[in-house]
Design a protein around this ligand. Structure first.
Ligand code: HEM
Length: 498
């Protein structure tokens, strides 16, 4: 054991010296400014509990393109709309890869998922399948009736609470409803945890989430990965085994069940139709399908639910805005029925509310990290190959150079403005932009708008225990998605005349 440790220490020191030499060579070129950091650990200590906030503070000192060494890894932090455009549009191809991550290596079938797949033929092929088969407009439309039914169930449960005048946990209810919708879309049916012998799928996905967001030293000092100092690898392998078992069971059920006429094809049906076929340079096999299933579950469940949670929080905190959304709904829909999906495009003010929510509360405050595939010069700075790029959209959404009164929730700022959130306007990129931009944008927006519209059209909302709207706590927690630290609790009062 003593021998192992001394070998390791010699090895780490050797890597560090080599790294320092490489750094020296790099420094001959003009790197972006940034804090110096400690030997070996770099600036890990500066990340804090809320990295997006700490990085905003640092960028105020070092500028909108700064460097930060975390462990042995060279990172670039981008904190303005102009700089984001350079990385995600001007040099999009150079930065279209993802860095290696222990969590995805162990839990996403060696990073075969789209979200963390390195740029290349495999990722391009899988991404094409996402765009053309799984998330096409026609596919999204095919699940319209299912969305209506599931949102109807949510409204029913709140109606019951309204009759009793009791508090509901909006955060949990919306998350559970999003989970059910995702399961029906991906697997064709709901998968409550009781369906499985041991832990259920939802519990395991949440465990995977929490492991993926735990800072892992091995991501920053890769040479120590085999030691598994934090015990994370062991835990991740257990989660992967559990996911393997459950996904195998679900895929087998799909293979065994005969095609039912008229049944809407769920995502597994679509992917199974590709299994074994050689699409471009890769073959779709079970591990690829499982990695994509994980992507879909993680990406569709939490993102929309978190945005809905923040939109409802802002609306309850700002009764004037909530009333205005209700007025718009009264004018477009009336008071005798619920909102239909097709009516969403006529709800201009609701659209502004969603944009304003996503400006202040982007689900991924730092997007998903991008990785450089070659050396590149950006704005006169040398960005070395393999640098990891964090785009601080949380900071960009609050940049006073792009927004007046940036801390205030004012949907009216979008009146007469062309600013959109689809990746063209870099001051508002909650879905990212360019090759790695979110392929689920259309679906995500439909779900967010539809749920928020129904919740404010059907109900008035009041905070429990006499808490005033202005006093509503808006603290966030940092994780895979940036959710409220405390669940949103409120009392509904039914307001439709049906
Ligand atoms: C409100 C809802 C959503 C938000 C705010 C959101 C946000 C994001 C963001 C910020 C990224 C990273 C972009 C980048 O790194 O540049 C992303 C990527 C991704 N999203 Fe979404 N998303 C949402 C819904 C969805 C849905 C419903 C799906 C699929 C069912 C989805 C699938 C994905 C995938 C697969 C990626 C990885 C793309 C890649 O790396 O090529 N998202 N999303």
């Amino acid at each position: 054991m003593a021998w192992t440790w001394s070998t390791l220490i010699v090895f780490v020191v050797a890597v560090y010296i080599l790294q320092a030499k490489l750094w020296k060579d790099k420094n001959k070129k003009k790197l972006p400014p940034g804090p110096k950091g400690f030997p070996l650990f770099g600036s890990l200590h500066l990340m804090g509990k809320f990295p997006h906030r700490s990085l905003l503070k640092l960028s105020q000192k070092y500028g909108p393109i700064m460097h930060l060494r975390l462990g042995l890894i060279f990172n670039i932090i981008v904190s303005s709309a102009e700089a984001a455009e350079l990385f995600l549009k001007t040099h999009d191809l150079v930065f279209a890869s993802r860095p290696p991550r222990e969590a995805f290596k162990h839990m996403a079938w060696e990073q075969r998922n789209v979200t963390f797949g390195p740029y290349g033929a495999y990722w391009r092929g899988m991404r094409k399948m996402f765009n053309l088969e799984l998330l096409s407009n026609a596919k999204i439309r095919s699940f319209k009736a299912m969305r209506k039914e599931e949102i109807g169930l949510l409204i029913d449960s709140f109606q019951e609470a309204a009759r009793e005048h009791v508090v509901v946990d909006l955060s949990s209810k919306v998350l559970a409803q999003n989970w059910d919708m995702s399961c029906r879309m991906i697997f064709g049916k709901k998968y409550p945890d009781e369906n499985f012998e041991e832990r259920g799928l939802h519990t395991i996905i949440q465990e995977a989430f929490s492991l993926a967001t735990t800072p892992n030293l091995a991501d920053y000092i890769p040479v120590i990965a085999p030691l598994d100092l934090q015990g994370l690898t062991k835990h991740m392998k257990r989660v992967r085994k559990a996911l393997d078992d459950i996904f195998d069971k679900i895929i087998d059920e799909h293979i065994q069940s005969k095609d039912v006429d008229g049944k809407t094809k769920d995502f597994i049906d679509v992917m199974l139709s590709f299994m074994g076929s050689k699409e471009s340079e890769y073959l779709i096999e079970r591990p690829n399908i499982k990695a994509v299933l994980l992507d879909m579950l993680v990406a569709s469940m939490d993102t929309s639910a978190t945005t809905i949670e923040w939109a409802m929080s802002e609306l309850i905190k700002h009764p004037r805005v909530l009333k205005k959304v209700q007025k718009e709904l009264e004018a477009v829909v009336g008071m005798n029925r619920v909102v239909e999906e097709l009516e969403l495009e006529r709800l201009d003010y609701l659209d502004m509310v969603v944009k304003e929510t996503m400006r202040l509360h982007p689900v991924g405050p730092l997007l998903i990290p991008h990785a450089a595939m070659e050396d590149c010069t950006v704005n006169g700075f040398h960005i070395p190959n393999k640098s990891i790029i964090f785009i601080n959209v949380w900071a960009i959404g609050r940049d006073p150079n792009s927004w007046t009164n940036p801390e205030k929730f004012i949907p009216e700022r979008f009146v007469g403005s062309n600013i959109d959130l689809r990746g063209r306007d870099f001051q508002l990129i909650p879905f990212g932009s360019g090759r790695r931009g979110c392929p689920g944008l259309e679906l995500g927006l439909i779900v967010v708008k539809l749920v928020v519209a129904q919740l404010v059209h059907c109900f008035d909302w009041e905070l429990p225990n006499g808490v005033l709207p202005i006093e509503l706590d808006m603290t966030e927690k940092f994780g895979f998605s940036s959710q409220r630290a405390n669940h949103l609790l409120a009392i509904p009062t039914y307001r439709l005349q049906t």
